[in-house]
Write a protein that binds this ligand. Structure first.
Ligand code: ZN
Length: 223
């Protein structure tokens, strides 16, 4: 039995503080295996860096709705931190209008980042399309239905899955698997800095946009 630790922070909303957006990224990785250190620069130091950038942006210009920033543990062993979060949330689950999750946002040979969630939650699609139109990366929408093949449906493949399982709306940002995925070579030296910085700017912009639309998202989802 191993105990994990989720790290949470909260930024109060200026207009509708009772409605909450949870922005999350897992900070655990594979540890040391066979004497080799798995740093997980893309998976998922990149997502945690995105989370910290969102925190910085919302501290500078507070959100309209309350934002909970969640650095989650135990993702690699089955979304454990996220499952613990939704099992005992720090605010009532009904108050959480949206989970925005980042997992692997720094590396793609084609310069593509995905935003998943608009397929099964069509009320999110116009917001994500608007984001894609002005994003500094090539932002593709998809990987969220079985229409692309079951293994290409990422809904349950990272922490957003625990929120989805509880009926909470979600958006996931991430890249497709790459040669360094779950290997010791997923390290700082193999991160393309230019794409990574653009991806971080994209997720910061995304959370700002989604905060602005959160009341509508909650209504559309019947919350
Ligand atoms: Zn991951």
């Amino acid at each position: 039995m191993v105990n994990g630790v989720n790290l949470l922070a909260r930024i109060e909303g200026t207009r509708t503080p009772d409605l909450v957006m949870v922005v999350s990224a897992h900070y655990d990785h594979e540890g040391i295996k066979g004497g080799e250190i798995y740093n997980g620069a893309d998976d998922n130091a990149s997502g945690v860096a995105g989370l910290l950038a969102v925190a910085e942006a919302f501290k500078a210009h507070p959100p309209e709705h309350t934002v909970i920033l969640a650095a989650l543990d135990g993702e690699e062993s089955g979304l454990q931190g996220a499952r613990a979060f939704v099992a005992a949330p720090p605010v009532p689950l009904a108050a959480i209008a949206l989970n925005v999750n980042f997992d692997m946002i720094s590396k793609n040979a084609k310069g593509e980042l995905y935003a998943s969630g608009g397929g099964p939650q069509p009320f999110l699609q116009p917001i994500l399309q608007g984001l894609a139109a002005k994003a500094p990366v090539t932002l593709k929408l998809g990987h969220d239905t079985d229409a692309e093949g079951k293994s290409n449906n990422w809904t349950m493949q990272s922490d957003q899955g625990a929120f989805a399982a509880k009926g909470v709306s979600w958006v996931y940002f991430g890249v497709e698997d790459h040669a360094e995925y779950h290997k010791p070579t997923d390290d700082f030296a193999t991160i393309p800095q230019d794409f990574f910085l653009k991806a971080v700017a994209t997720v910061v912009e995304a959370t700002r946009l989604l905060d602005g639309q959160l009341s509508g998202i909650a209504k559309a989802a019947g919350r």
